[in-house]
Design a protein around this ligand. Structure first.
Ligand SMILES: Cc1cc2nc3c(=O)[nH]c(=O)nc-3n(C[C@H](O)[C@H](O)[C@H](O)COP(=O)(O)OP(=O)(O)OC[C@H]3O[C@@H](n4cnc5c(N)ncnc54)[C@H](O)[C@@H]3O)c2cc1C
Length: 358
């Protein structure tokens, strides 16, 4: 096998920003590869399959907060995974609740929340169509080489995925990953990146989040609450509790997704075994909301080290031509949510197209 392959542009990260950017660049006629360290697309718009059920442990729903998400939602409502099944996206609820203080009544908040019955990662799968994506490839270093090319070295993150090369040569690179992860690649001494570019990256800050997924006996289906989701804006432990199985067309068991506050996640961020931490969060939720939540049939815990961008840059993408074309994009540029990631991916593609990668 040839251990290196050439492209016009390499996009690092198959989250929303990377996928949108890669599609635009491919449409403009460039040869594009997307390099992704995990085994799937969507990034933080993630779904896990557990015990025959699915759980959205990242993005909870889509809301038409801006023009790009409005367009995407309209598009996905009319798209189907296959001719006989449901649309990719559906309205889940027009009301979620907030619990602002203990012992206070639940406060209804009206908003249209759209979900994917097959899991929120269906949105990423839709945006990934037609792209050349190399999974299980973590970009470790990038450095300029002869003939105005970048050389990217890739670590294989899954032993079974050996079919693709471990090096990519490209004329331009888009880093569509959180700013701290961008720094990890660019701060390696070989990169020769301008100090100002790195300083912008250092300005960006993220909050972490711990997500707990819990599945319950099917017999408890009749005990499900009337609410679909509750947000906890002022809680030290909790940020969000959602009845995730209510997103599915034919749920086989009750599934809850519980997402921690940034404060809780920061306390436990580097702990090696997250299972007891997940149990603690579940126990707390059970005491607050429904006692039977403390006895799940299964429990899984996921750590999001870079969950929500707390301090974003005011530019829609971060660019430099020195030593070679390089763009940073994602929810840390412009906005701090999916709408922002979408807009940033487009801005990165526009910048490269206007500059003309040759
Ligand atoms: C629990 C949770 C709930 C959320 N809820 C909402 C919500 O309701 N509404 C909302 O608007 N936003 C929400 N967000 C935020 C939203 O998920 C992000 O703003 C958005 O998805 C960011 O997209 P992105 O493409 O910028 O980055 P990401 O989705 O993080 O994509 C980056 C991709 O790059 C890959 N990657 C990283 N480093 C490397 C490397 N070195 N080599 C190769 N690949 C790499 C990652 O695996 C990932 O797939 C939530 C986030 C979390 C964690």
């Amino acid at each position: 096998m040839n251990n290196s392959q050439k492209f016009d542009i390499a996009v690092i990260g198959a989250g929303i920003a990377g996928l949108v950017c890669a599609q635009e660049l491919q449409k403009a006629g460039y040869s594009v590869v997307v390099l992704e360290k995990s085994r799937g697309v969507g990034g933080r718009m993630a779904t896990r399959r557990v015990s025959g059920s699915r759980a959205d442990h990242g993005v909870r729903y889509l809301e038409p907060t801006g023009k790009f998400l409005q367009q995407l939602i309209n598009n996905l409502k009319s798209q189907k995974n296959s001719p006989d099944v449901e649309p990719i996206l559906e309205l889940w609820t027009d009301k979620i609740y907030e619990l602002t203080q203990p012992q206070r009544p639940l406060l209804p908040i009206t908003k249209n929340c759209y979900i994917a019955p097959q899991g929120m990662n269906s949105v990423g799968k839709f945006l990934a169509q037609g792209l050349d994506i190399w999974f299980s490839r973590r970009v470790q270093t990038m450095q300029p080489i002869a003939e105005k090319n970048w050389c990217l070295t890739l670590e294989i993150t899954n032993d079974a995925a050996t079919e693709k090369p471990t090096e990519v040569i490209a004329k331009a690179v888009v880093l569509a990953i959180p700013a701290p992860q961008t720094l990890m690649i660019l701060e390696k001494p070989v990169a020769e990146i301008q100090p100002e570019f790195l300083n912008h990256l250092r300005f960006v800050e993220y909050d972490p989040c711990i997500s707990v997924m819990a599945g319950y006996s099917p017999a408890l289906q009749k005990n499900l609450p009337e609410w679909r989701a509750i947000a906890f804006p002022n809680d030290d432990y909790l940020d969000w509790v959602g009845v995730d199985s209510s997103k599915r067309l034919h749920p086989t068991q009750p599934v809850f997704v519980i997402q921690s506050s940034a404060k809780f996640a920061t306390t436990y961020l580097d702990i090696p075994d997250l299972q007891p931490v997940g149990k603690e969060l579940l126990e707390y939720t059970a005491q607050k909301l429904l006692p039977w939540l403390s006895n799940p049939e299964w429990l899984q815990v996921h750590r999001w080290r870079y969950a929500f961008c707390r301090q974003a840059l005011s530019v829609s993408c971060l660019t430099t031509e020195m030593p070679l074309p390089l763009v940073g994009a994602g929810d840390w540029c412009g906005g701090n949510n999916i709408e922002g990631a979408f807009a940033s991916g487009l801005a990165a593609a526009n910048w490269l197209s206007q500059m003309g990668v040759e």
